[in-house]
Write a protein that binds this ligand. Sequence first.
Ligand SMILES: *Cc1c(COP(=O)(O)O)cnc(C)c1O
Length: 388
Amino acid sequence: MNIPASPIIPPLDLGRQYQDLQAEINAAVLAVLASTQYIGGPVVAQFEEDFAHYTNTPFCISCNSGTDALYLALRAFDIGPGDEVITSPFSFIATAEVISMVGATPVFVDIVPQTFNLDPQQVERAITARTRAIIPVHLFGLPAQMDQLLAIAKAHQLPIIEDCAQATGATWQDPSGCTHKVGSIGEIGCFSFYPSKNLGGCGDGGAITTHNPALAEKMRILRDHGRRSGYFHEAVGMNSRLDSLQAAILGVKLPYLDRWNHQRHAVAQRYSQLLDQIPGIILPQLAPNSVWNQYTIRVQHRDELDSASPRRDRLRAALLEQGIQSMVYYPLPLHRQPVYANLNYALGQLPGADRAALEVLSLPMFPELSEQEQERVKEAIKEALQHI
Ligand SMILES: *Cc1c(COP(=O)(O)O)cnc(C)c1O
């Protein structure tokens, strides 16, 4: 094994955040343990209220994961067999998986290369009589092109379910200049509190936000075995409750989220300065409204030279030798995953997603990443690109 000369730079370092908040988190956890209210109760109710307030939506329903949040959203619209839901092929599997879980069919449309987000024009062309919803993903922390998507959804009377898993705290500006938190723009917003997300718990967790009281009530019932209370069940629901320990931890962290998102932005800005003008890589747009769950560069793929392996993979390996751990989100787009072979998408049908999968490389990104570490990342990239 190669022993790197310098300390490892991980893709994210949850330890630094925990160290900063250790006393507060430990106290909140111990209070829940002593309360013996482990499922539901005031701590969960308080977090739902705080998160609704934070996202500026009247209703927040906490649940067990971001995946469940998306699943519950589809169930709230009674989407099922025979229905189609339009979404991005360049996302985590959960976005499409939930569409299949309710028995509907995911319809993948291509992304805009510069943003990695859904291309609204292609969304419009993919709408059929069977389309029941659109799920844009605010990938890597950058809100999707919501103005165009909202217009299309309105024209076709389709609900938008936002996949906010990677964008907690991001804002989007409407054409009139008003800003909206993601999760408050479409009919339903779906959040993940997986540890690596911008607001992450110490385990699984998720939340749904909405302005619509009827949808909120339905999802609240579905989340807890299809019941309002007691042992009377009016729908086939599930067990997807957020537990009190996670709610307590998330409640401690929520007040810090904006600060962390600012720090992420500063990290992104520094990367963009440091890596500017390095040939062979393309930097992400420095959008002021991204919350930078990832800082994802493209390592340009040259069809004629890189057929054996993407140049991106060689850069990744070279960085690893220097102790720098980068990630590939995502190496295979959803439309070409084995699980969706039955949908018969061909290579080249969604060229934007196919190319992104060959080129993307997410650099270490977390609020506490130091300037010194970022210098090292830059030097390693510059050096490697000269010989790979
Ligand atoms: C993490 C993630 C999810 C799923 O969230 P879990 O809490 O892990 O179930 C869904 N969509 C996207 C885009 C994600 O990044």
